[in-house]
Write a protein that binds this ligand. Structure first.
Ligand code: TYM
Length: 336
Protein backbone atom coordinates (compact mmCIF):
# COMPACT_ATOMS: atom_id res chain seq x y z
CA UNK A 1 0.00 0.00 0.00
CA UNK A 2 1.21 3.46 -0.84
CA UNK A 3 0.53 6.41 1.39
CA UNK A 4 0.13 9.36 -0.94
CA UNK A 5 0.42 12.95 0.19
CA UNK A 6 0.41 16.18 -1.74
CA UNK A 7 -0.75 19.77 -1.44
CA UNK A 8 -1.37 23.11 -3.08
CA UNK A 9 -1.13 26.63 -1.79
CA UNK A 10 -4.27 28.73 -1.48
CA UNK A 11 -2.72 31.67 -3.25
CA UNK A 12 -4.50 33.32 -6.19
CA UNK A 13 -6.31 30.75 -8.33
CA UNK A 14 -5.43 27.34 -9.57
CA UNK A 15 -4.38 27.14 -13.20
CA UNK A 16 -3.99 24.54 -15.89
CA UNK A 17 -0.42 23.81 -14.74
CA UNK A 18 -1.65 22.87 -11.26
CA UNK A 19 -4.35 20.75 -12.81
CA UNK A 20 -2.26 18.85 -15.36
CA UNK A 21 0.96 18.71 -13.34
CA UNK A 22 -0.68 17.60 -10.10
CA UNK A 23 -4.43 17.51 -9.49
CA UNK A 24 -5.38 15.40 -12.52
CA UNK A 25 -2.70 12.87 -11.56
CA UNK A 26 -4.01 12.70 -8.00
CA UNK A 27 -7.45 11.85 -9.33
CA UNK A 28 -6.08 9.25 -11.76
CA UNK A 29 -4.04 7.68 -8.94
CA UNK A 30 -6.95 7.65 -6.53
CA UNK A 31 -9.11 5.87 -9.08
CA UNK A 32 -6.48 3.50 -10.48
CA UNK A 33 -5.08 2.37 -7.13
CA UNK A 34 -7.99 2.11 -4.68
CA UNK A 35 -5.86 0.49 -1.97
CA UNK A 36 -3.69 3.56 -1.47
CA UNK A 37 -4.18 5.86 1.47
CA UNK A 38 -4.52 9.42 0.16
CA UNK A 39 -3.93 12.67 2.00
CA UNK A 40 -4.50 15.92 0.14
CA UNK A 41 -3.66 19.05 1.99
CA UNK A 42 -4.34 22.74 1.35
CA UNK A 43 -1.05 24.24 2.46
CA UNK A 44 -2.27 27.49 3.97
CA UNK A 45 0.77 27.79 6.27
CA UNK A 46 2.95 27.91 3.18
CA UNK A 47 0.69 30.52 1.61
CA UNK A 48 1.49 33.05 4.34
CA UNK A 49 5.22 33.02 3.54
CA UNK A 50 4.51 35.67 0.90
CA UNK A 51 2.29 38.76 1.29
CA UNK A 52 -1.29 37.48 1.28
CA UNK A 53 -4.86 38.63 1.72
CA UNK A 54 -5.80 38.02 5.36
CA UNK A 55 -9.50 38.42 4.70
CA UNK A 56 -9.47 36.00 1.80
CA UNK A 57 -7.32 33.19 3.24
CA UNK A 58 -10.09 31.01 4.70
CA UNK A 59 -12.17 31.36 1.55
CA UNK A 60 -9.15 30.60 -0.67
CA UNK A 61 -8.57 27.47 1.41
CA UNK A 62 -12.17 26.37 0.84
CA UNK A 63 -11.80 27.14 -2.84
CA UNK A 64 -8.76 24.87 -3.24
CA UNK A 65 -10.62 22.12 -1.40
CA UNK A 66 -13.55 22.71 -3.77
CA UNK A 67 -11.19 22.39 -6.73
CA UNK A 68 -9.86 19.09 -5.42
CA UNK A 69 -13.39 17.73 -5.06
CA UNK A 70 -14.62 19.19 -8.34
CA UNK A 71 -11.69 17.61 -10.20
CA UNK A 72 -12.58 14.21 -8.75
CA UNK A 73 -10.86 13.80 -5.39
CA UNK A 74 -13.44 11.86 -3.43
CA UNK A 75 -13.55 12.74 0.29
CA UNK A 76 -14.54 9.13 0.99
CA UNK A 77 -11.33 7.87 -0.57
CA UNK A 78 -8.98 10.73 0.27
CA UNK A 79 -8.59 12.97 3.29
CA UNK A 80 -8.86 16.62 2.25
CA UNK A 81 -7.71 19.03 4.93
CA UNK A 82 -6.15 22.39 5.71
CA UNK A 83 -2.53 22.18 6.84
CA UNK A 84 -3.18 24.70 9.62
CA UNK A 85 -5.90 22.43 11.06
CA UNK A 86 -3.09 20.03 11.98
CA UNK A 87 -0.57 22.86 12.11
CA UNK A 88 0.50 22.05 15.67
CA UNK A 89 1.83 18.69 14.45
CA UNK A 90 3.31 19.91 11.14
CA UNK A 91 5.03 22.89 12.75
CA UNK A 92 6.37 20.86 15.66
CA UNK A 93 7.94 18.30 13.37
CA UNK A 94 9.24 21.12 11.20
CA UNK A 95 11.18 22.47 14.16
CA UNK A 96 12.76 19.11 14.87
CA UNK A 97 13.66 18.70 11.21
CA UNK A 98 15.06 22.22 11.07
CA UNK A 99 17.71 21.14 13.55
CA UNK A 100 18.97 18.65 11.00
CA UNK A 101 18.77 20.80 7.88
CA UNK A 102 21.91 22.46 6.65
CA UNK A 103 21.49 26.07 5.58
CA UNK A 104 23.84 25.39 2.68
CA UNK A 105 21.10 23.18 1.26
CA UNK A 106 18.40 25.80 1.81
CA UNK A 107 20.61 28.34 0.07
CA UNK A 108 20.49 26.22 -3.07
CA UNK A 109 16.69 26.10 -3.30
CA UNK A 110 15.83 27.66 -6.65
CA UNK A 111 12.24 28.56 -5.70
CA UNK A 112 13.49 30.59 -2.76
CA UNK A 113 16.01 32.35 -4.97
CA UNK A 114 13.35 33.05 -7.62
CA UNK A 115 10.94 34.42 -5.04
CA UNK A 116 13.34 36.77 -3.27
CA UNK A 117 15.42 37.87 -6.23
CA UNK A 118 18.36 39.98 -5.08
CA UNK A 119 16.72 41.04 -1.86
CA UNK A 120 17.89 38.14 0.31
CA UNK A 121 18.48 40.28 3.41
CA UNK A 122 14.81 41.25 3.52
CA UNK A 123 13.41 37.79 2.84
CA UNK A 124 11.42 36.28 5.70
CA UNK A 125 12.60 33.31 7.72
CA UNK A 126 9.35 31.52 6.87
CA UNK A 127 10.06 31.72 3.17
CA UNK A 128 13.58 30.44 3.74
CA UNK A 129 12.37 27.57 5.89
CA UNK A 130 9.49 26.79 3.51
CA UNK A 131 11.09 23.55 2.23
CA UNK A 132 11.56 22.29 5.81
CA UNK A 133 7.83 22.77 6.48
CA UNK A 134 7.16 20.93 3.23
CA UNK A 135 9.38 18.07 4.40
CA UNK A 136 7.41 18.01 7.67
CA UNK A 137 4.11 17.93 5.72
CA UNK A 138 5.28 14.72 4.09
CA UNK A 139 7.20 13.04 6.91
CA UNK A 140 4.58 13.69 9.60
CA UNK A 141 2.50 11.06 7.75
CA UNK A 142 5.47 8.94 6.74
CA UNK A 143 4.10 9.28 3.21
CA UNK A 144 5.64 6.93 0.68
CA UNK A 145 4.74 8.82 -2.51
CA UNK A 146 4.30 12.47 -3.38
CA UNK A 147 2.69 13.34 -6.73
CA UNK A 148 3.80 16.81 -7.83
CA UNK A 149 4.78 18.85 -10.87
CA UNK A 150 8.40 19.07 -11.87
CA UNK A 151 9.05 22.35 -10.08
CA UNK A 152 8.77 20.59 -6.70
CA UNK A 153 11.48 18.06 -7.43
CA UNK A 154 14.21 19.92 -5.61
CA UNK A 155 12.03 20.36 -2.52
CA UNK A 156 11.34 16.64 -2.52
CA UNK A 157 15.01 15.82 -2.80
CA UNK A 158 15.55 17.91 0.30
CA UNK A 159 12.72 16.10 2.11
CA UNK A 160 14.41 12.78 1.30
CA UNK A 161 17.70 14.17 2.44
CA UNK A 162 16.28 15.33 5.77
CA UNK A 163 14.53 11.98 6.27
CA UNK A 164 17.75 10.11 5.72
CA UNK A 165 19.67 12.47 8.04
CA UNK A 166 17.12 11.69 10.76
CA UNK A 167 17.39 7.95 10.14
CA UNK A 168 21.14 8.14 10.21
CA UNK A 169 21.39 10.36 13.27
CA UNK A 170 19.07 8.17 15.32
CA UNK A 171 20.34 5.01 13.75
CA UNK A 172 17.07 3.49 12.58
CA UNK A 173 14.99 3.28 9.41
CA UNK A 174 12.13 5.34 10.78
CA UNK A 175 11.19 7.64 7.94
CA UNK A 176 10.43 6.19 4.54
CA UNK A 177 12.25 8.21 1.92
CA UNK A 178 9.29 9.70 0.02
CA UNK A 179 9.24 8.99 -3.72
CA UNK A 180 8.38 11.90 -5.97
CA UNK A 181 5.78 10.96 -8.59
CA UNK A 182 6.16 13.29 -11.51
CA UNK A 183 3.59 11.87 -13.85
CA UNK A 184 2.59 12.19 -17.48
CA UNK A 185 3.84 14.60 -20.13
CA UNK A 186 2.59 17.85 -18.67
CA UNK A 187 4.93 17.94 -15.70
CA UNK A 188 5.87 21.51 -16.48
CA UNK A 189 3.16 23.48 -18.24
CA UNK A 190 4.58 26.69 -19.64
CA UNK A 191 3.20 30.22 -19.88
CA UNK A 192 0.97 30.95 -22.88
CA UNK A 193 2.95 34.16 -23.42
CA UNK A 194 6.44 32.70 -23.21
CA UNK A 195 7.25 29.05 -23.76
CA UNK A 196 10.39 29.36 -21.65
CA UNK A 197 8.57 30.47 -18.49
CA UNK A 198 6.54 28.21 -16.24
CA UNK A 199 2.78 28.84 -16.11
CA UNK A 200 2.41 30.32 -12.63
CA UNK A 201 -0.12 31.85 -10.29
CA UNK A 202 2.04 34.85 -9.68
CA UNK A 203 2.92 35.81 -13.28
CA UNK A 204 1.69 39.31 -13.90
CA UNK A 205 -0.28 38.74 -17.08
CA UNK A 206 -3.48 36.76 -16.66
CA UNK A 207 -3.16 35.94 -20.37
CA UNK A 208 -0.19 33.73 -19.49
CA UNK A 209 -2.35 31.13 -17.77
CA UNK A 210 -5.70 29.40 -17.93
CA UNK A 211 -7.34 29.54 -14.52
CA UNK A 212 -9.65 26.78 -13.40
CA UNK A 213 -12.27 29.50 -12.92
CA UNK A 214 -12.04 30.93 -16.46
CA UNK A 215 -15.19 30.64 -18.56
CA UNK A 216 -15.32 29.28 -22.11
CA UNK A 217 -14.90 32.70 -23.75
CA UNK A 218 -11.88 33.57 -21.62
CA UNK A 219 -10.26 30.22 -22.37
CA UNK A 220 -10.84 30.60 -26.12
CA UNK A 221 -9.50 34.16 -26.04
CA UNK A 222 -6.35 33.22 -24.11
CA UNK A 223 -5.60 30.32 -26.43
CA UNK A 224 -6.24 32.46 -29.50
CA UNK A 225 -3.75 35.02 -28.18
CA UNK A 226 -1.22 32.42 -27.01
CA UNK A 227 2.22 33.04 -28.46
CA UNK A 228 3.24 30.72 -31.31
CA UNK A 229 5.73 30.74 -34.16
CA UNK A 230 4.93 31.16 -37.85
CA UNK A 231 5.48 27.52 -38.88
CA UNK A 232 2.86 24.80 -39.09
CA UNK A 233 2.92 22.04 -36.48
CA UNK A 234 5.62 19.44 -37.10
CA UNK A 235 4.89 15.82 -38.02
CA UNK A 236 7.16 14.42 -35.29
CA UNK A 237 7.91 15.11 -31.63
CA UNK A 238 11.51 15.79 -32.64
CA UNK A 239 10.25 18.68 -34.73
CA UNK A 240 9.04 20.41 -31.54
CA UNK A 241 12.64 20.93 -30.40
CA UNK A 242 13.51 24.61 -30.26
CA UNK A 243 9.80 25.51 -30.54
CA UNK A 244 8.83 25.89 -26.87
CA UNK A 245 5.42 27.46 -27.48
CA UNK A 246 4.39 24.81 -30.01
CA UNK A 247 5.68 22.09 -27.71
CA UNK A 248 3.69 23.51 -24.80
CA UNK A 249 0.39 23.70 -26.69
CA UNK A 250 0.82 20.17 -28.04
CA UNK A 251 1.68 18.93 -24.54
CA UNK A 252 -1.45 20.56 -23.12
CA UNK A 253 -3.60 19.03 -25.85
CA UNK A 254 -2.06 15.62 -25.28
CA UNK A 255 -2.55 15.75 -21.50
CA UNK A 256 -6.16 16.93 -21.75
CA UNK A 257 -7.13 14.40 -24.40
CA UNK A 258 -5.28 11.53 -22.74
CA UNK A 259 -3.12 11.01 -25.83
CA UNK A 260 0.61 11.01 -26.42
CA UNK A 261 2.29 13.88 -28.25
CA UNK A 262 2.99 11.45 -31.10
CA UNK A 263 -0.74 10.82 -31.49
CA UNK A 264 -1.54 14.54 -31.36
CA UNK A 265 1.03 15.23 -34.08
CA UNK A 266 -0.33 12.36 -36.20
CA UNK A 267 -3.58 14.28 -36.24
CA UNK A 268 -2.29 17.86 -36.44
CA UNK A 269 1.20 17.61 -38.00
CA UNK A 270 1.44 19.97 -40.99
CA UNK A 271 -1.60 21.99 -39.84
CA UNK A 272 -1.48 25.68 -38.99
CA UNK A 273 -2.02 27.01 -35.46
CA UNK A 274 -5.15 28.72 -36.77
CA UNK A 275 -6.61 25.24 -37.19
CA UNK A 276 -5.10 23.71 -34.05
CA UNK A 277 -5.96 26.45 -31.57
CA UNK A 278 -9.78 26.17 -31.87
CA UNK A 279 -9.46 22.42 -31.26
CA UNK A 280 -7.27 23.08 -28.24
CA UNK A 281 -9.84 25.58 -26.90
CA UNK A 282 -12.58 23.04 -27.43
CA UNK A 283 -10.89 20.29 -25.45
CA UNK A 284 -9.77 22.70 -22.71
CA UNK A 285 -13.32 23.96 -22.23
CA UNK A 286 -14.66 20.42 -22.38
CA UNK A 287 -12.35 19.31 -19.55
CA UNK A 288 -12.25 22.47 -17.43
CA UNK A 289 -15.88 23.69 -17.60
CA UNK A 290 -17.37 20.81 -15.57
CA UNK A 291 -14.74 21.39 -12.86
CA UNK A 292 -15.52 25.11 -12.77
CA UNK A 293 -19.25 24.47 -12.59
CA UNK A 294 -18.86 21.96 -9.77
CA UNK A 295 -16.52 24.33 -7.90
CA UNK A 296 -19.15 27.07 -8.07
CA UNK A 297 -21.84 24.73 -6.76
CA UNK A 298 -19.62 23.64 -3.89
CA UNK A 299 -18.64 27.19 -3.03
CA UNK A 300 -22.30 28.18 -2.89
CA UNK A 301 -22.68 26.05 0.24
CA UNK A 302 -19.50 26.23 2.31
CA UNK A 303 -20.97 24.04 5.07
CA UNK A 304 -20.36 20.94 2.98
CA UNK A 305 -16.74 21.88 2.29
CA UNK A 306 -16.20 22.85 5.91
CA UNK A 307 -17.43 19.48 7.01
CA UNK A 308 -15.20 17.68 4.49
CA UNK A 309 -12.22 19.75 5.71
CA UNK A 310 -13.05 18.93 9.30
CA UNK A 311 -13.31 15.19 8.69
CA UNK A 312 -10.12 15.33 6.65
CA UNK A 313 -8.28 17.07 9.49
CA UNK A 314 -9.50 14.46 11.98
CA UNK A 315 -8.25 11.69 9.72
CA UNK A 316 -4.91 13.45 9.16
CA UNK A 317 -4.46 13.92 12.90
CA UNK A 318 -5.12 10.24 13.54
CA UNK A 319 -2.30 9.31 11.18
CA UNK A 320 0.14 12.04 12.23
CA UNK A 321 -0.18 11.99 16.04
CA UNK A 322 1.40 8.57 16.67
CA UNK A 323 4.17 9.33 14.18
CA UNK A 324 5.03 12.56 15.98
CA UNK A 325 4.96 10.76 19.35
CA UNK A 326 7.41 8.21 18.02
CA UNK A 327 9.66 10.92 16.64
CA UNK A 328 9.73 12.59 20.06
CA UNK A 329 10.53 9.34 21.74
CA UNK A 330 13.28 8.52 19.23
CA UNK A 331 14.75 11.98 19.78
CA UNK A 332 14.81 11.41 23.51
CA UNK A 333 12.30 13.97 24.76
CA UNK A 334 10.78 13.66 28.23
CA UNK A 335 7.57 11.68 28.26
CA UNK A 336 5.09 11.09 31.07
P1 TYM B 1 2.03 24.96 -5.64
O1 TYM B 1 0.84 25.40 -4.87
O2 TYM B 1 2.91 26.00 -6.22
O3 TYM B 1 1.59 24.02 -6.83
C1 TYM B 1 0.73 22.92 -6.61
C2 TYM B 1 1.10 21.78 -7.56
O4 TYM B 1 1.01 22.21 -8.92
C3 TYM B 1 2.22 21.90 -9.60
N1 TYM B 1 2.48 22.95 -10.61
C4 TYM B 1 2.72 22.71 -11.91
N2 TYM B 1 2.78 21.56 -12.61
C5 TYM B 1 3.04 21.65 -13.92
N3 TYM B 1 3.22 22.84 -14.57
C6 TYM B 1 3.15 24.02 -13.91
N4 TYM B 1 3.32 25.17 -14.56
C7 TYM B 1 2.90 23.98 -12.50
N5 TYM B 1 2.78 24.94 -11.55
C8 TYM B 1 2.52 24.29 -10.39
C9 TYM B 1 3.29 21.90 -8.52
O5 TYM B 1 4.42 21.15 -8.91
C10 TYM B 1 2.55 21.29 -7.36
O6 TYM B 1 2.57 19.88 -7.44
N6 TYM B 1 5.46 23.61 -2.30
C11 TYM B 1 4.25 23.18 -2.95
C12 TYM B 1 3.12 22.86 -1.98
C13 TYM B 1 3.44 21.88 -0.92
C14 TYM B 1 3.54 20.48 -1.06
C15 TYM B 1 3.79 19.97 0.25
C16 TYM B 1 3.46 19.62 -2.15
C17 TYM B 1 3.62 22.17 0.41
N7 TYM B 1 3.82 21.04 1.09
C18 TYM B 1 3.95 18.61 0.48
C19 TYM B 1 3.63 18.25 -1.92
C20 TYM B 1 3.88 17.77 -0.63
C21 TYM B 1 3.76 24.29 -3.85
O7 TYM B 1 4.07 25.42 -3.67
O8 TYM B 1 2.88 23.92 -4.79
Amino acid sequence: MKRILSGMQPTYQLHLGNYLGALKNWVDLQNAEPDNENLYCVVDMHAITMPYDRDGLAQATREIAAAYIAAGIDPKKSAIFAQSAVGDLHAQLMWYLATMTQIGKLNRMTQFKDKVGKNTEKAGLGLYAYPVLMAADILIYNATHVPVGEDQKQHLELARDIASTFNHRYNREFFTLPEPMIMGDATRVMSLRDGNQKMSKSAESDLSRINLTDDADMIADKIKRAKTDPNPLPETVDGLKGRPEADNLVTIYAALSGQTKVQVLEEFGGKQFSEFKPKLSEITVEKIAPITTRMRELMADPTEIDSILKNGADKARTVASPILSEVKSIMGFWES
